[in-house]
Design a protein around this ligand. Structure first.
Ligand SMILES: C[S@@+](CC[C@H](N)C(=O)[O-])C[C@H]1O[C@@H](n2cnc3c(N)ncnc32)[C@H](O)[C@@H]1O
Ligand code: SF4
Length: 411
C-alpha cells in the first residue's frame, strides 16, 4: 500500500489538483444539514478594476459605473439567499478585483453582511490607488479589522514590464498606506517576486521600501504563470528559488515567517482565512467555495450571474466533489502552508482507512525531508519550504483552471 502511495504522491502532490470539474445547475450544494454547528468564512468577490494588470489571474472586468451598481444589487440579493441557508458565518473576506473601487456599493454590502451574520472579522482587499481618508473611515466604521493592499513592487519599470498600469506615483499614495496601517488591527501588503526582468537589486529595493512602511504583515508571492510570457526564460525557476531564499533570509531579520510566503511583525498574526477555516462559502461573480467536500464556483459571466439571482437562485455553475485522498491532500496543503500544525489535528477526524492513507503521505514527506515531526507538531523543513511554495503555486494555478473551464463554457 505504502509503495503505491509513494508512487502516486512521490512524483508531485500538485498533480492532485488537476481537478476535473462538472457543470452544475444544482443549487442544493448548500442545503445539506451538517451535524456539527461549525462556523464558516464567506469569501465575497468584487470583480472590477480601473485597469486590468496583465500578470493577474483573478476574475475581473474593467470598471463601469452602470455595471457595478447592478452588480452590488445582485450581490446583496445573493447574500440574502445565502443567509437563509442557516449556515453559521462569522468571518468575511472581501476580495477582487478592487473592492474599494466603488464606495457606495461597498457600504451597502457592509450593512447587509452586518445585518445578516454574526460577524467577528472583516477583511478587505484594495490596490493602493483606491484608498483615501474617506474610504479608510468608511471601512473602519463598518468594523473592518484587516486591510490588504497590493503594491507588488516599488519599482515602476518592473511594474510596467508586468503590465500593471497606474497613474499615480508611489510617493503620492504612501501617506494613505501609512494612515491605513495606523487605523486597522492588521494591514497586509502584497509583493511579488520573480517578475520578468526583476533581479536581486530590485528585491533589495522592495525590501528596503517595505521595511520603511512597516505593515503588520507582508505577503510575498512568487509570480504564478497562468499564461505564457510572464516568466523570463527556462532559468526562471532557478531564479525563483534563489530569490525565495534571499527574501526569507532578509525578511526574517525583522519579521516572523508565518506561512510559506508571508511574514508578520508579531508572532501571533495568523490572519489567512483558509488556515483556520479550510471550508468556506463564496458570493459574487467568479468566486469559489469549498463546502462539505465540494469545491464549487459561481458563474463567471456577469449577465448569467445577475439573471440567476434575479430568479432567486444561487449562481453556482460548476463543482468538483473531492475524493478521500484529495480531501486529505487539501487539508495538508492548507495546514502546511502555515509552516506547522498540531500532529493530531488532521488524523483525529479520519476513519481507519483514511488514517492509513494519511500516515503513508506523512511517511513519504518525512523520508523526502520535506517535513519533520516532534511529539507535538508536523512542520516544514528548510527545503520543505520551497517545495510547499510550489504546492501552493500549483493549487492556485489549478483553481485558475476552474476559471478557464467555466469561461470556455460561458458558465
Ligand atoms: C486579487 S489581487 C487584489 C489586489 C488589488 N486589486 C491590487 O491590485 O493591489 C490579490 C493579490 O494577488 C496577487 N496576484 C495576482 N495575480 C498574481 C499572479 N499571477 N502571481 C502571483 N500573485 C498574483 C497580487 O499580489 C495581488 O495583490
Ligand atoms: S492585480 Fe489587482 S488591480 Fe490588477 S487586475 Fe488584479 S485585481 Fe485588478
Amino acid at each position: 500500500m505504502f509503495a503505491l502511495y509513494l508512487l502516486l504522491i512521490g512524483a508531485r502532490i500538485d498533480k492532485f489538483y488537476s481537478f476535473r470539474y462538472k457543470p452544475c445547475n444544482d443549487i442544493s450544494l448548500l442545503d445539506c444539514n451538517q451535524i456539527t454547528k461549525k462556523s464558516y468564512s464567506l469569501y465575497i468577490h468584487i470583480p472590477f478594476c480601473e485597469n486590468l494588470c496583465e500578470f493577474c489571474f483573478f476574475h475581473k472586468f474593467p470598471y463601469n459605473e452602470i455595471n457595478i451598481k447592478k452588480y452590488y444589487k445582485s450581490l446583496i440579493a445573493e447574500i440574502d439567499l445565502i443567509s437563509k441557508k442557516n449556515i453559521q458565518i462569522n468571518n468575511i473576506y472581501i476580495g477582487g478585483g478592487t473592492p474599494t473601487i466603488y464606495l457606495p456599493g461597498l457600504t451597502d454590502l457592509f450593512e447587509k453582511i452586518n445585518l445578516s451574520f454574526d460577524v467577528k472579522s472583516i477583511s478587505v482587499e484594495t490596490d493602493p490607488y483606491h484608498i483615501n481618508q474617506q474610504t479608510l473611515n468608511a471601512l473602519k466604521s463598518a468594523k473592518v479589522n484587516r486591510l490588504s493592499i497590493g503594491i507588488q513592487s516599488f519599482n515602476e519599470a518592473v511594474l510596467n514590464k508586468a503590465g500593471r498600469v497606474n497613474k499615480r506615483k508611489y510617493e503620492e499614495i504612501k501617506e494613505n498606506i501609512i494612515n491605513a496601517r495606523n487605523l486597522f488591527e492588521t494591514v497586509n501588503v502584497d509583493l511579488i517576486f520573480n517578475f520578468k526582468k526583476q533581479n536581486i537589486n530590485h528585491i533589495d529595493y522592495d525590501i528596503k521600501n517595505i521595511l520603511e512602511l512597516c505593515p503588520h504583515q507582508i505577503t510575498y508571492y512568487p509570480i504564478m504563470e497562468h499564461n505564457k510570457g510572464l516568466l523570463d526564460d527556462i532559468f526562471s525557476l532557478s531564479k525563483e528559488r534563489e530569490m525565495y531564499f534571499y527574501i526569507i533570509k532578509n525578511m526574517q531579520k525583522y519579521y516572523y515567517m508565518n506561512s510559506v510566503w508571508s511574514f508578520a511583525s508579531k508572532e501571533n498574526i495568523y490572519d489567512e482565512y483558509l488556515v483556520n477555516n479550510p471550508e468556506f462559502l463564496c458570493a459574487g461573480c467568479g468566486s469559489f467555495g469549498y463546502y462539505n467536500g465540494f469545491l464549487y464556483a459561481n458563474s463567471f459571466n456577469l449577465d448569467n450571474y445577475i439573471n440567476r439571482i434575479s430568479k432567486g437562485i444561487l449562481p453556482i455553475v460548476a463543482y468538483k466533489r473531492l475524493n478521500s485522498l484529495e480531501k486529505i491532500l487539501y487539508l495538508l496543503t492548507i495546514k502546511l502552508y502555515s509552516l506547522k500544525f498540531n500532529k493530531f489535528e488532521i488524523i483525529e477526524n479520519l476513519d481507519n482507512r483514511n488514517k492509513k492513507i494519511y500516515k503513508s503521505i506523512v511517511k513519504y514527506l518525512t523520508l523526502s525531508k520535506i517535513i519533520n515531526t516532534d511529539n507535538k507538531y508536523i512542520q516544514l523543513t528548510k527545503e520543505g519550504l520551497y517545495y510547499w511554495l510550489n504546492i501552493m503555486k500549483h493549487f492556485y494555478i489549478n483553481v485558475h483552471s476552474m476559471r478557464e473551464f467555466c469561461n470556455s463554457r460561458k458558465l
